[in-house]
Design a protein around this ligand. Structure first.
Ligand code: NAD
Length: 474
């Protein structure tokens, strides 16, 4: 059921053939699935040359024709969703319905960008004399993109969609831990007739590949999704060559539940969102501030939800949460929970690993944990929910804004005045007020502060791959 792992360079699929390789594991069983070939330096050079040729061909293709190929690829993703989703479950761990939704949403993203690429308008600015002043949008050039293991298809789809719609070519280094589903998505583009070199897929040692590619003049843009420390490292490398960057980094999303909200409704909405992908989501709700009056009711309902989560292999029907994607996350959960306990926190439910095979960790709720504990200050990236109380609007805003993260935030209230005020007050790239729908193909997705810069999705996501040129023609 697991796919064939290959590199895709200059329109050719490349397998092992004496290349270095690494094992890909199933996090539900800890058993190997396949070996993944690494790109050699010669492969990377070939990808760079192919991407330059690909760029020349692709930028000369009309947006109308580019859209046709992209839409064909999206259709192939929809046709093949079942196989791609199963591969994703095997390598990443998430449950099948989540994997299926990810593949289908990714096809929508490609479709949306395909259409939006046809609306990359310029403008004419009236001149002061007898002059025509044109502002035009041009594709930025060859893009290097680096994507992580938590959304093996969706994150690459955002980068591929934006770059291709703008007329750029791409060298994508997807996650070595979850490569198979991405290989199959790239196959959809190859089978849809994308010209050779426009999309190249490589794997390797992440730090080596990124340093090599970012040192090359041909690369004009970097798009990275991952952790803040790696984002800072790549931004520094990019600065050496004055390359543009989009950095989608981590978050530590506050959830503010005001006393006028329906606490059960809020708990149901946000708890389901919390345990999605075992909490390994950059916009996962991670710090819960509940106004005192409704705290007991919110906590009760949230804990009931956590207790009802069915943990197990993502391919077995009925399971609602799979394993963590790798053993590093289990170690991290243990560190967060031990620190919380040592700081006076109470584990209401969960708080430990489940079983001794597969990286399963229990949905966890912790209360009475201080604001300066690890779980309240560092991105948990797992199924941990620290729930604490607050008294006033100003107090909760200060606590919510106190960290260097600024990716997503959520609030629940029935007051329109409070809804407007909290939406304005939270320092965050995205705010969901009585809503968790903050990630759609049509809307900008990205952070502020150390959570990064630039947006993916929406017209901003297309603009990330365009440069503005001014032409003054007398
Ligand atoms: P990590 O920081 O080592 O890696 C994060 C991602 O960056 C991985 O996909 C990795 O392959 C890649 N990476 C690492 N070094 C790189 C380099 N020099 N050049 C290019 N790519 C590089 O940590 P990890 O253990 O994989 O994940 C831990 C933390 O990363 C999480 O706690 C979370 O904060 C963050 N993370 C964020 C996202 C996100 O969606 N923003 C996704 C995955 C991980």
């Amino acid at each position: 059921m697991y796919g064939n792992l290959e590199l895709f360079i200059g329109g050719k699929w490349l397998g092992g053939d004496g290349r270095r390789s690494e094992e890909v594991l199933n996090p539900a069983t800890e058993k190997p699935l396949a070996r993944l070939p690494h790109a050699s330096k010669a492969d990377l050079d070939e990808a760079l040359a192919a991407a330059q040729k690909g760029f020349a061909a692709w930028r000369a293709t009309s947006a109308y024709d580019r859209a046709k190929i992209m839409r064909k690829a999206a259709d192939l993703m929809r046709e093949r969703y079942d196989a791609i989703s199963k591969i994703m479950v095997l390598e990443q761990g998430k449950v099948y319905p989540e994997a299926r939704a990810e593949v289908l949403t990714s096809a929508d993203i490609i479709d949306w960008y395909a259409e939006e690429g046809r609306r990359s308008y310029g403008r004419i600015v009236p001149g002061r004399g007898k002059v025509r002043q044109l502002v035009v949008q041009e594709p930025i050039g060859v893009v290097a993109a680096f994507t992580p293991w938590n959304f093996p298809v969706l994150t690459p789809a955002r980068k591929i969609g934006g770059a291709l719609a703008a007329g750029c070519s791409l060298i994508l280094k997807a996650s070595e831990e979850t490569p198979g589903a991405c290989v199959e998505m790239v196959r959809c583009f190859a089978d849809a007739g994308l010209p050779a070199g426009v999309l190249n897929l490589v794997f390797g040692v992440p730090a080596e590949v990124s340093e090599y590619l970012l040192g090359k003049d041909a690369i004009r843009k970097i798009s990275f999704t991952g952790s803040i420390p790696v984002g800072k490292h790549l931004a520094a490398l990019a600065a050496k060559g004055m390359k543009r960057t989009t950095m989608e980094l981590g978050g530590h999303s506050p959830v503010v539940v005001f006393a006028d909200a329906d606490p059960e409704k809020a708990a149901d909405t946000i708890a389901a969102f919390k345990y999605r992908n075992a909490g390994q989501v950059c916009i996962s709700p991670t710090r819960f501030y509940v106004q005192e009056d409704v705290y007991p009711r919110f906590l009760k309902r949230f804990t009931e939800y956590a207790n009802g989560v069915k943990i197990g292999d993502g391919l077995e029907k009925g399971n609602t949460m799979g394993p963590m994607a790798n053993s590093r996350r289990i170690d991290a959960m243990e560190t967060f929970v031990n620190d919380a306990k040592n700081r006076g926190g109470k584990v209401v439910t969960g708080g430990k690993r489940r079983g001794n095979q597969g990286y399963f960790y229990e949905p966890t709720v912790i209360t009475e944990v201080p604001d300066d504990s690890k779980v309240m200050t560092q991105e948990p990236f797992g199924p941990l929910a620290p729930v604490v109380t607050f008294k006033t609007f100003d107090e909760v805003v200060e606590r919510a804004n106190s960290l260097e993260y600024g990716l997503a935030a959520y609030a629940f209230t029935t007051s329109n005045t409070t809804a407007a005020a909290i939406g304005d007050a939270l320092e965050s790239g995205m705010v969901g007020v009585n809503s968790i729908a903050i990630s759609t193909p049509e809307t900008p997705f990205g952070g502020v502060k150390e959570s990064g810069h630039g947006s993916e999705g929406g017209i901003e996501g297309l603009g990330a791959y365009l440069v503005t040129k001014f032409i003054s023609q007398a």
